[in-house]
Design a protein around this ligand. Structure first.
Ligand code: PEP
Length: 267
């Protein structure tokens, strides 16, 4: 089996769905098939990201199955190490259970006022604790329609992922999620998303050099389903997907299956 330049990531962002009981149940429903798929084709990594309160419940199911390529991720965390920050979770707490943390999701930016500066502090904290950050960037519909996507992405990327140590830089993951495509059923085209993703790779190269840019995994997110994942994966610059709604259903398995199918054809 030829080794692809970058392995793919299919991450499921469950958002504020599935408390501990339902989260464990759903993980049981999909884990055997999911685990076998990614075991058979180890160049796809799948990451389940339940709400914080359900992480332990999902962790227990994953530990009972031990599929190496099914990992656990949190949807957010704070950048401070500990202390009087009611309602927040610290990077070290996330690290006890997870390999990965989603940072700067557009819903965090829109509803909870997260700025690029705060996202940047979280990214640096994640690396201090050996967590893999998935940093979300993306433009609003009015910005897209005004033709300012490039300027918005340039500003978000340069600020959110600044100051990373050279040895950590290749381990970052960026998710390009046009906000107008999230939860709307109106996905971007692979060509349109690919153009923005190529720009992100170029920007990252300017910040951290060619090697880090070549190793950086950039995901597409926004109304991904089993019906459209193939087009995104077929694009040479798109390295997987951050999946919202469809990750709450068995369709998530189909998304992983279709990803593997396209990647195998590319080899
Ligand atoms: C998301 O929340 O990151 C997302 C892409 O959602 P959806 O797949 O439902 O559009």
């Amino acid at each position: 089996m030829a080794v692809p330049v970058r392995d793919a990531i299919i991450a499921g962002n469950w958002k504020m769905n599935y408390g501990p009981r339902r989260a464990a149940e759903f993980t049981y429903e999909i884990i055997s098939e999911l685990g076998m798929l990614v075991n058979r084709y180890p160049y796809v990594l799948s990451i389940l990201c339940p709400p914080a309160i359900s992480l332990m419940a999902v962790r227990e199911v994953l530990d009972a199955h031990l599929f190496r390529r099914v990992e656990l991720g949190a949807q957010n965390m704070y950048f401070e190490e500990q202390g009087a920050f009611t309602g927040e979770i610290a990077p070290s707490m996330v690290r006890e259970l997870c390999s990965t943390v989603i940072l700067g999701h557009s819903e965090r930016r829109t509803y909870f006022g997260e700025t690029d500066g705060a996202v940047n502090r979280k990214v640096l904290a994640a690396f201090r604790h050996s967590l893999r950050p998935i940093v979300c960037v993306g433009e609003h519909l009015d910005q897209y329609e005004a033709g300012s996507t490039e300027a918005v992405i340039r500003s978000q990327v340069t600020q959110s992922v600044a100051g990373i140590d050279a040895e950590d830089a290749p381990n970052l993951v960026i998710a390009y999620e046009p906000i107008w495509a999230i939860g709307t059923g109106k996905a971007a085209t692979a060509e349109g998303a690919g153009k923005v993703i190529s720009l992100i790779r170029q920007l990252y190269g300017e910040m951290y050099g060619g090697k880090a840019a070549r190793e950086l995994r950039i995901l597409y997110g926004g109304s991904v389903t089993s019906a459209n994942i193939g087009e995104f994966i077929a694009h040479p610059d798109i390295d997987g997907a951050l999946v919202g709604g469809a990750s709450l259903k068995p369709d998530f398995l189909e998304i992983v299956r279709n990803t593997i199918e396209v990647m195998q054809k590319q080899q």
